[in-house]
Structure formats: structure tokens, C-alpha cells
Design a protein around this ligand. Sequence first.
Ligand code: A3P
Length: 303
Amino acid sequence: MATNSKFIDYIDEALEKSKETALSHLLFTYQGIPYPVTMCTSKTFQALDTFEARSDDIVLASYPKCGSNWILHIISELIFADSKKKFEYPEFPVLECGDPEKYKRMSQFPSPRILTTHLHYDKLPGSIFKNKAKILVIFRNPKDTAVSFFHFHNDVPDIPSYGSWDEFFRQFMKGQVSWGSYFDFAINWNKHLNDENVKLILYEDLKEDLAAGIKQIAEFFGFFPSGEQIQTISAQSTFQAMRAQSQETHGAVGPFLFRKGEVGDWRKLFSETQNQEMDEKFKECLAGTALGTKLKYDLYCQA
Ligand code: A3P
């Protein structure tokens, strides 16, 4: 598993800033979307317009807590299987986080570069589309996503906590959380799932059959691992394997990032009213759409 000193340094810095940040001051709005002041700045967003994507960039787009670190790990293992070189992250991998100079540094990095992002579709830098980088879009059912997001805030000691699950749920439903509304993110992506160079992967499908998911991801990005290599990567990418290494790979935040890794954990927190509210919201935003069907809401989110 790749050790990840850039990731750890960046997260340590963000946690240090978080210690001094009250929940009421955590978010700032840039072009209509709330972001955490501990990780994003307007200057970096402005500099992002100058970012030049490459056709062989590997873009991983997801709403927070949908499993981006899992996929990132799988991709770095695929690169290792392909090139026999351990993939080291030369920068914190989330495209929109960091200092405004990062895009200049990134222009010097060798290919393939992995760019993870939580930006909504219409906020992605235009060069990603112009230069035809491939984008893997990761989705997870909204109930487990919300619960994972809540725990991340309330379990990591230095990140501002919400007063209660009910309070977090209210803010989540209003889209007043870091990176904005899950539903807006999904509505936007729903219009682009059939675009050239875009592929959807579902957290729950990956849980169901990890090896099959890894094979699909590999094919999409043009890697051709052997059956044996897929088995090895699968064994290294289970929740248990990743959690066991998480302190080493992701620093202090590791065990919180790899918290439970289950489908259906939402049942422990959602009240009946909250279930109904989210079911209504899902219906209003996504029922009958291509993405709505692919999310298998009835299977994963029915009480
Ligand atoms: P939980 O909080 O429900 O455990 P992200 O990386 O986008 O922040 O997503 C984090 C979520 O993905 C966490 O969910 C985490 O446990 C889960 N996750 C990470 N690696 C995983 C794996 N190998 N298998 C299953 N879930 C995983």
C-alpha cells in the first residue's frame, strides 16, 4: 500500500486549522457552494481556472464520503501492477484543496496523475473536458453517505462537531455542509453519465463484488492486470486490509476515514421522519432518472 506523506502532511495542517475553527465558521461560499475554510480558499479556486488537464489524467469525482480513498487506493495499486513503480502522491490528491501554487507544481508531475475531486460537474476546470481526461464518478446511497459524513465530523477529535445527528441531518438536507448538496451533485452528474470518457461506479457494487469492480475500473482507464493481479489488489483493498494500514497510509485521521465500510449503517441513526424526508427528496430529485435507477435506492435505502 502506498505510504502517503503528502496526504498526511496536508491533513495534519488541515486538522491544526480545524482546532481553531468553530462549526459556525467552518464554511465559506464560493460560486454558490459551501466549502470548509480548513481545506479550500478562494485564491486556490481562482488558480484552478489555470489548471491544465491531460488526456491521461485519472479523474475520480465523488461527493464526500462515497469511497474516494478506496478507489484512489485501487488505482494506485493498478498503476503499481502496470509499472512496478510504487505510486507516491506528489501532492494532496484532492484537486481543489491546497495552495494556489499547486497547479504550477502539478504541471511538472509525470503521467498518470490522479486527480480526486468533490467539485460539482459544472465547477470542474474546463481543461478536463477539452483535453478529454477520463472521469470515474463514484456514487454511494445518500443515507449511508450522510451517516459517514456525520461520523467523520463528530468522531475526528479536531474537526468541528455537530450538536447532534438531527442537526447534521438538517444541514445535509439543506446542502449546508462541505461541498454542498448531495442531491445537487447527483442531479448535475445525472445529465452527463453517458458523456464520452465518463464512467459511473457504485460503492455498493464494489462491496458486492470487489474483483469485478476492480476489473471494470482497470478496463476504463486502460490497465490490463492479470487475474492473479486482480486477486492481489482485491485482497489489499478490502475494508479490513485498508483499515489495518490506515494509520500508516493516512496518519492520525486514518482510522476515522476507514470507519466501518458497511452498507446500511444508516439504519442506526435515521428516524422514521428522516427516512420519509430523504425518500421524498430522492423522489423529487432523482426518481425515474438514469442515475436514480443505477443507485438502486429501493434496495439500499428502504426502511
Ligand atoms: P464509513 O464512514 O461508512 O465507514 P471517502 O474516502 O470518500 O471519504 O469515503 C469514506 C467512506 O468509505 C467510509 O465509510 C469508509 O469506511 C469507506 N471505505 C473506505 N475504504 C473502504 C473499503 N476498502 N471498503 C469499504 N468501504 C470503504
